[in-house]
Design a protein around this ligand. Structure first.
Ligand SMILES: NC(=O)c1ccc[n+]([C@@H]2O[C@H](COP(=O)([O-])OP(=O)(O)OC[C@H]3O[C@@H](n4cnc5c(N)ncnc54)[C@H](OP(=O)(O)O)[C@@H]3O)[C@@H](O)[C@H]2O)c1
Length: 238
């Protein structure tokens, strides 16, 4: 049976994707992975908890394999901009080694480890579209403002990890399409402290982003290439 896998399913954008999938494809299985517990609003989803350590990721992928699950869509929604430990740096003096490593771990390393562990499963896929949430702010070519060092650099690192993964997947799992996706500024806990000055028409609701992403995915074919697209379906500069 075809299923969708949503990693980081407590993300507000992830929840909107799940709700849209439930409405559009009620017979399809949805597998959700999160550090947290299943929220009541997402009943009907198969919910797995993980601390995103590599053993935990490997154990979950083994369970999916043992259950003969095949995925036609995977969404990796993990991302951090601020929490109790970190906030985006405005000046070099604010750089802190632990904070940079913390942001890189969540934004770049953990998604790459998921793609490593999922490879054997995705090799069997007959057509699977894998979306990894990146951000335009990780574009080196588009960086005209500076600042937000850890977040920018972690998303740039994510993009390079994805590029190498796409080259290897094209050989070893050719029926997979990788999409690095920029959702646009979206009203979620990640952006909320920084979105006060964003005009209302430029601040998207998660449901709008989920709708745009699912429409964009419908138009993509597995071509062995990594695409970096925004919510309009337009290519973002690396
Ligand atoms: N909102 C925006 O304006 C915007 C703009 C550009 C890109 N993005 C990207 O879109 C993606 C989704 O973000 P969102 O806006 O939906 O934010 P959100 O609602 O704050 O979701 C945060 C996500 O990050 C995970 N996460 C948070 N802290 C973590 C930690 N300490 N360790 C491991 N995972 C952690 C959560 O996973 P659990 O389910 O395990 O809690 C959840 O998937 C992110 O990659 C973000 O960078 C967002």
């Amino acid at each position: 049976m075809n299923s969708s896998l949503i990693i980081g399913s407590n993300s507000h954008i992830a929840r909107a994707i799940i709700r849209r999938l439930q409405d559009a494809e009620p017979s399809e299985k949805i597998i959700a992975v999160s550090r947290g517990q299943q929220p009541a609003e997402l009943e009907g989803v198969d919910w797995y908890q993980s601390d995103y350590s590599e053993p935990s990721i490997a154990e979950l992928v083994k369970r999916f394999t043992d259950s003969a699950l095949t995925f036609n869509r995977v969404f990796i929604c993990l991302g951090i901009l601020h929490d109790q430990k970190v906030s985006p740096e405005k000046r070099l003096e604010e750089l802190n080694s632990d904070a940079i490593q913390h942001v890189f771990q969540i934004n770049a390393i953990t998604p790459a480890l998921w793609l490593k562990q999922l490879l054997p499963l995705l090799k069997q896929a007959r057509g699977c579209k894998v979306t990894i949430f990146s951000a335009r702010i990780g574009s080196i070519g588009d960086n005209h403002l500076g600042g937000w060092y850890s977040y920018r650099a972690s998303k740039a690192a994510l993009n390079m990890l994805l590029k190498s993964t796409a080259i290897e997947y094209a050989r070893r799992a050719p029926a997979v399409k990788l999409l690095a996706f920029h959702p646009g500024t979206t009203d979620t806990p990640l952006s909320r402290p920084f979105s006060k000055n964003v005009p209302e028409d430029k601040l998207f609701q998660p449901d709008f982003v989920a709708q745009r992403l699912l429409e964009i995915l419908d138009g993509l074919e597995p071509d062995g290439e990594l695409s970096f697209l925004d919510w309009q379906g337009k290519t973002v500069a690396w």
